[in-house]
Design a protein around this ligand. Structure first.
Ligand SMILES: *Cc1c(COP(=O)(O)O)cnc(C)c1O
Length: 230
């Protein structure tokens, strides 16, 4: 059943990518597996998914050890600096970098693992008080500073759009993030690529993909509702 739900969402992502004038495969669907058991992840893996997203360090580490090692693990949640060391050798990309301080820590821990960790800058594009992420107007400056760190590589931007009933309400924010990424790309900052845009969740991934997402992060739509009591 999870395999079918995954396939269904994947087809919709592909359709939205084509509507945006791109190829089906220009967008990667990240299955957000937080709170769901290893058995559920294995089902979606069997259906062909290799990109999974987690928002808690402990959970990512536990699942990492129990699942195939060709999975690309995406850290998508707020990350505390003192926990970076636990995932520096495991994570494929960190989507939620919103401070220089955190980027320094990631670079330091990545150096110990002899690697460069790809990161995205999280932008609070809708200026919501409750959200993490750098403000749009401060993003370019943060990118410039982080770009100087040796063991992280900025690949693009990420945002968590507001929770809305009508996904069309979020289109403006996805357009805004795309514009910001084009703006920053034009500045040709050394050691910075702006080829990744991580946006869209279960409620609005099609709109986000139409507006240029290269990663879209779907949890509930694939795995069903989360039970936080587990
Ligand atoms: C949980 C989560 C998602 C997925 O949310 P759904 O609404 O279940 O699809 C996407 N992105 C982030 C950062 C999340 O924490």
């Amino acid at each position: 059943m999870l395999a079918e739900q995954y396939q269904e969402i994947l087809e919709k992502v592909h359709g939205a990518s084509v509507r945006s004038g791109r190829k089906e495969t220009d967008v990667t669907l990240i299955a957000v597996s937080k709170t769901h058991p290893v058995s559920a992840i294995a089902e979606v893996y069997e259906a062909g998914c290799r990109d999974f997203g987690e928002n808690k360090v402990q959970e990512l580490v536990a699942k990492y050890d129990q699942l195939p090692n060709d999975i690309r693990w995406h850290m998508i949640g707020h990350l505390q600096t003192n926990k970076v060391k636990y995932i520096a050798d495991k994570v494929y990309m960190i989507h939620s970098v919103d401070s220089y301080h955190l980027a320094c820590e990631i670079s330091k821990e990545a150096a110990k693992q002899n690697r460069v960790i790809p990161i995205l800058i999280e932008v609070n594009i809708a200026k919501e008080e409750s959200k993490f992420g750098v403000m749009e107007e401060d993003a370019a400056e943060l990118v410039r500073r982080i770009a100087l760190l040796p063991n992280v590589k900025i690949r693009g931007l990420m945002t968590i759009a507001p929770y809305v009933d009508d996904p069309e309400k979020n289109r403006q924010y996805f357009v805004g993030l795309k514009h910001l990424s084009v703006d920053i790309a034009r500045q040709n900052i050394d050691n910075v690529d702006m080829d990744v845009l991580s946006m869209g969740m279960s409620g609005d991934y099609q709109v986000a993909t139409e507006e240029g997402a290269t990663y879209t992060r779907v949890g509930t739509g694939i795995f069903g509702k989360r039970d936080y009591m587990v």
